[in-house]
Design a protein around this ligand. Structure first.
Ligand SMILES: [Zn+2]
Length: 391
């Protein structure tokens, strides 16, 4: 009886009714990422009465998450996101079973985890996991309700190889490392997560109940500045490497081991802070080594610090005395003439990915002594100057 009252506004909808609500109760949805998209999706899936909700996340809540990850609160900072989210969902709807997966999903565990669910909701923020989830869903025949956000732009679609294109059909090749900044580096309008994440939840509910036209074969593109929503038709690619006629991807690849396909490794993938895609390794310097170098008056006399971040980032945290030369100036070639070649250079950014790209450009231009600050300004804040904010 309590259930009927709780879900009355669903049951009243003729297309949902008791049968639809029963389907929701019997459904098992896996939400990968309890971040911005996951926050909105998780809250509404739980409220809707999806009987089993899996939450995959190995990260802990950080203060800078709270601007958009509304499933977590101030008291949750430092806790596992999966734990925080599970507690919040239990408070919202104790009738829902929440299954925590406190792991980073990878090629070794993805199939086993996903196999226990009816559909996947991709709330991740990085390309390796997106390709991994896509491939796993294709191999298992599960629908993948995908969303993506950056600054003011959002995209969402359902990848379901049996009925339409998969993610690889539409995005066959990841962008080159460093080309696309992550939300961690580029920023995102917090409420955009709610817009896209709730659409993902709506699509999941539609699939479960079996109503309406799912976003299969359609890419929904949202621009929050123009407040526009456009729908693009997307098609299955017969040559797709995973769902095409002659697939070459027949098992999962551990993308996290291959920095060549981890452009968003910057978001926090261990072991991938240095893209190895081209030109060999760039020499690194740790924050502590740099602090020693700068405090050693004799040796530091010649070191030039170059900060390749934008002004908004530099206003939050930085290293005193660094010269600001934006990464775009390295890419366009104008930075090289601004930097003396007879002086050691340390390049820095937020986490040490953009700085590697800039350092490589300097090295290729013939500079003999360039290093990249490993872990970037965040490492500097953690290890040397904790009074500054993280972001
Ligand atoms: Zn495909």
């Amino acid at each position: 009886m309590q259930e009927i009252e709780r879900y009355a506004r669903h049951v009243l909808i003729p297309d949902v009714g008791m049968e639809g609500q029963r389907r929701l109760k019997n459904a098992r949805v896996l939400v990968v990422g309890a971040g911005g998209l996951g926050s909105a999706a998780l809250m509404y899936l739980a409220a809707a009465g999806v009987g089993t909700i899996g939450v995959v996340d190995a990260d802990v809540v950080e203060l800078s998450n709270l601007q958009r990850q509304v499933v977590h609160g101030v008291a949750d900072v430092g806790r596992l996101k999966s734990e925080s989210a599970a507690q919040r969902l239990a408070a919202a709807n104790p009738l829902v079973r929440v299954v925590r997966h406190d792991v980073r999903i990878d090629s070794a565990n993805a199939l086993e985890i996903i196999a226990g669910y009816d559909l996947v909701l991709d709330g991740t923020d990085n390309f390796p996991t997106r390709y991994l989830l896509n491939d796993a869903c294709v191999l298992l025949g599960k629908p993948n309700v995908w969303g993506s956000i950056y600054r003011f732009d959002g995209q969402t679609s359902i990848w379901w190889a049996q009925h339409g294109p998969c993610y690889r059909c539409v995005f066959p090749v990841p962008p080159p490392p460093g080309l696309v900044p992550s939300c961690a580096e580029g920023g995102v309008l917090g409420v955009l997560c709610a817009a896209i994440g709730s659409i993902q939840a709506a699509e999941a509910v539609k699939l479960i109940v079996g109503i309406g036209d799912p976003l299969v074969g359609r890419l929904l593109v949202h621009d929050a500045l123009r407040q526009s929503w456009d729908t693009l038709a997307v098609h299955k690619n017969p040559d797709c490497v995973v769902c095409g006629e002659s697939p070459t991807v027949t098992e999962l690849v551990d993308y996290q081991d291959s920095c060549a396909v981890t452009p968003l490794a910057d978001a926090g993938m261990p072991g991938c802070s240095v893209p190895a895609a081209a030109g060999g390794a760039v020499p690194q310097i740790s924050a502590l080594e740099l602090a020693d170098l700068l405090s050693d008056k004799g040796a530091s006399s010649g070191v030039l610090l170059v900060d390749v971040r934008g002004g908004n980032e530099r206003a939050i945290a930085g290293i005193a005395g660094a010269q600001a030369i934006h990464l775009d100036e390295f890419r366009s070639g104008t930075a090289v003439s601004k930097i003396p070649f007879d002086q050691p250079v340390v390049v820095l950014c937020k986490v040490g990915l953009r700085s590697v790209e800039a350092a490589r450009i300097l090295i290729e231009a013939g500079h003999p002594d360039v290093r990249s600050l490993q872990g970037g300004v965040l490492a500097w804040v953690d290890d040397v100057d904790p009074a500054q904010p993280r972001y």
